[in-house]
Write a protein that binds this ligand. Structure first.
Ligand SMILES: [Zn+2]
Length: 178
């Protein structure tokens, strides 16, 4: 009887622990995506396409960046590329194994390749790319059969974000992307 009770208590403790643990992970995802969103808003205020990216490893923020194509006049100055450059400089290593990138828009194929090259383990994005072709190629690069070390890619559930912020970064694409 007693051991059964102990078993129940252990099961309950595990359950609480798992919930707590998942809760912490969820909170972190929210926190870092919010940082990426803040970066996107910075880009918007600088008349850039509003995309922000943050790279995190073991709860340490390695970099945060936003799109700076206009400012730099460089077609490769996407938020993801700039975040990778900054994270590699900070860790003095081009390998970003076990790092996660939080990005406000599903990466384009160029950034997907850079993400793969940098060995980032996971990408969490907020808004879907509105280009079916880009979406397909990005997925092929990150998780396709040829991806010997696949990069996990997940869409973040955006219900917890400020609707105005989301509208700001999504309507921008609808109006300006073509
Ligand atoms: Zn890109």
């Amino acid at each position: 009887m007693e051991s059964g009770q102990d078993g129940n208590i252990a099961a309950l403790t595990n359950l609480i622990y798992v919930h707590f643990f998942c809760g912490v992970i969820f909170m972190n995802d929210y926190k870092y995506m919010l940082m990426a969103l803040e970066e996107a808003k910075k880009a918007y205020s600088e008349d850039e396409i509003p995309i922000g990216a943050v790279i995190v490893r073991e709860n340490e923020v390695l970099s945060s960046a936003h799109n700076r194509k206009e400012k730099t006049q460089l077609p490769i100055a996407h938020a993801e590329i700039l975040a990778i450059i900054e994270a590699c400089a900070k860790s003095k290593n081009w390998r970003l194994n076990n790092a996660t990138m939080y990005v406000t828009l599903e990466p384009c194929p160029m950034c997907a390749s850079a993400i793969k090259q940098s060995r980032i383990s996971k990408v969490v994005y907020l808004l879907d790319s509105n280009s079916f072709v880009n979406k397909k190629i990005t997925n092929e690069i990150l998780v396709g059969e040829d991806a010997n070390i696949p990069v996990e890619i997940v869409k973040y559930d955006d219900i917890s974000f400020d609707k105005d912020d989301l509208k700001l970064i999504s309507s921008f694409f609808e109006n300006k992307r073509h």
